[in-house]
Design a protein around this ligand. Structure first.
Ligand SMILES: Cc1cn([C@H]2C[C@H](O)[C@@H](COP(=O)(O)OP(=O)(O)O[C@H]3O[C@H](C)C(=O)[C@H](O)[C@H]3O)O2)c(=O)[nH]c1=O
Length: 190
């Protein structure tokens, strides 16, 4: 299993080994001991899976606020996605900056993003499925979002506001600047 820190070092790309043979391959996609040695001892309490039928589907940018902020270990098990993690930790030197990674069923690459990051993705193929582990349970009361195409984040997406497939909720998320004036603590940071 390979670990590669990104330009925001707390966001890590994780690529498991694949043992191929004439039948296909076998891969250990998560090991608590190896993850703990290379990233840290996190307790994953919930596994999630979502299917997005259309290419150009954007889900995000989502996060849960303290005390239910979630770390996420994300992988694509069918199709392909462009995954995005935005640093929203107060006081972080990379606040408002983001990391992008192409996760596909083919490359088996995973992204670890700790609490304090907003997460989103855009599907690059139809019928793309992601599977991800989270370090706290879902809490609708703590579920928050940031507008996927917030101009101040300047995220380069492979879709436009006209072409993106979005939930009604995600069409109406606030911009990051609007959140900063909100009283709640986003997550992490000083
Ligand atoms: C996240 C979640 C949702 N739900 C229910 C709530 C809704 O009835 C339904 C769809 O929820 P939502 O539209 O928030 O699903 P996504 O747009 O895929 O949201 C996720 O997408 C981005 C990329 C993320 O990183 C988050 O994990 C999560 O926010 O599933 C649950 O029952 N449990 C859960 O953990």
């Amino acid at each position: 299993m390979q670990f590669e820190r990104t330009k925001i070092p707390d966001v890590v790309l994780v690529t498991p080994q694949r043992n191929g043979d004439h039948r296909g391959y076998f891969s250990e996609t998560f090991r608590s001991d190896v993850f703990g040695q290379n990233i840290g001892a996190f307790n994953f309490v919930q596994d999630n899976q979502s299917l997005s039928v259309e290419a150009g589907t954007v889900r995000g940018l989502h996060f849960q606020i303290e005390p239910r902020a979630q770390g996420k270990l994300v992988r694509c098990i069918a199709g392909a996605i462009l995954d995005v993690a935005v640093d929203i930790r107060r006081g972080s030197p990379t606040f408002g900056q983001y990391v992008q990674a192409e996760l596909t069923a083919e490359n088996g690459c995973q992204v670890w993003l700790p609490a304090g990051f907003a997460h989103g993705f855009c599907t690059l193929q139809p019928n793309s499925v992601i599977s991800y582990k989270v370090t706290d349970y879902y809490s609708s009361d703590h579920d928050r979002g940031i507008l996927w195409n917030d101009p101040e984040l300047n995220i380069i997406w492979p879709v436009t506001a006209e072409s993106a497939v979005l939930s009604q909720k995600d069409r109406m998320q606030p911009r990051l600047a609007e959140l900063e004036t909100t009283s709640f603590t986003i997550a992490g940071g000083s």
